[in-house]
Design a protein around this ligand. Structure first.
Ligand code: 13P
Ligand code: SF4
Length: 311
């Protein structure tokens, strides 16, 4: 293990490369990365790095976003099969058709979309800034929000704004909603509940709190929002509703606290495709370069730029 780590560090220096990793990556990848964060933080890092090569330890749409933001850098992803079930729920043809049905509407696309879909969009957003992005759009305008229905519902409730919402979901987060949230609250009455807005359970909680249920100690955050919350919180028990890769980082931040996954089966197999061996191969042989065609990259850069200006 130490050999491969040393080789990766050596290659990284030789090639002036930076390793960016998402919060859901396996522990070894998080530990060797130069930066670990959520989709927004990773985009911001990709925009400001001076490195010549960015090795993206995450999923394909994240590497594409880095390539759009930094077209002159070499962007590598260690496994091209690392996709995203949510991004696959909508393609550019479907979006063009949807826009035709709602002329004049403003399109807000979650960052979990392909470059082609971003190129057809007005604004991009991530789970940490979706509310701010929607609030920056005139209330006169109709909004088409895609592709995540749970995030869309969360944004709609929070901003008090009706939107057209695409019927997409992430296969990992959608199933978190299957577990009994009330039971978990009864089991951990003193715990803080941290919920990603892509979860089916986030909507259940929102709807209940609107109607009759007290969702106390429940907070809806992006993955980095969870990290920031735990850093500041005095609590020593947390129930976490998102992909369980984040527990590695949370435990490092607060080793004395207890972290329970709301659903321990919440594993994104795409995120887990990146291994130390593949990261080594990627740096050694420049595998696999992600390059967005120029015309699409030019159009997709605009909604990303607008988002980065808002946050
Ligand atoms: P974050 O931006 O909150 O890290 O979410 C990315 C993602 O893919 C969630 O499944
Ligand atoms: Fe996509 Fe879901 Fe995996 Fe996030 S957890 S990368 S939304 S499939």
């Amino acid at each position: 293990m130490n050999d491969i780590i040393n080789e990766i560090l050596k290659l990284k220096k030789e090639k002036n490369a930076v390793i960016l990793a998402h919060n859901y990556q396996v522990g070894e990848i998080q530990d060797i990365a130069d930066f670990v964060g959520d989709s927004l933080g990773l985009s911001q890092q990709a925009a400001k790095t001076n490195a010549d090569v960015i090795v993206f330890c995450g999923v394909h749409f994240m590497a594409e976003t880095a390539s759009i933001i930094s077209p002159n850098k070499k962007i590598l992803i260690p496994d091209t099969e690392a996709g995203c079930s949510l991004a696959s729920t909508v393609n550019a043809d479907q979006l063009r058709e949807w826009k035709l049905q709602h002329p004049g509407a403003v399109v807000v696309s979650y960052v979990n979309t392909t470059a082609e879909v971003k190129a057809e969009s007005d604004y991009c957003c991530t789970s940490s800034n979706a509310v701010k992005v929607v609030e920056a759009i005139s209330r006169e305008k109709r909004i088409l929000f895609l592709p995540d229905k749970f995030l869309g519902q969360y944004v709609s409730v929070t901003t008090g704004r009706e939107m057209e919402i695409w019927n997409g979901a992430c296969h990992v987060h959608e199933k978190i909603g299957d577990v009994n949230f009330d039971e978990a609250q009864a089991q951990h009455p003193d715990a803080e509940f941290l919920i990603h807005p892509e979860c089916g359970c986030s909507s259940a909680c929102m709807l209940k709190s609107q109607l009759y249920f007290d969702c106390k100690n429940t907070h809806i955050f992006s993955t980095e929002g969870m990290i920031d919350y735990v850093k500041k919180s005095d609590a020593d028990e947390f129930v976490v509703a998102t992909e369980i890769g984040i527990l590695h980082r949370l435990k490092k931040i607060k080793p004395a606290a207890a972290f329970y996954p709301l659903n321990e089966k919440s594993i994104c197999e795409y995120m887990k495709m990146i291994t130390l061996e593949k990261l080594y191969e990627s740096l050694r042989y420049d595998k696999f370069e992600v390059k967005v065609p120029e015309e699409i990259a030019r159009k997709a850069a605009l909604p990303i730029q607008r988002m980065l200006e808002i946050v």
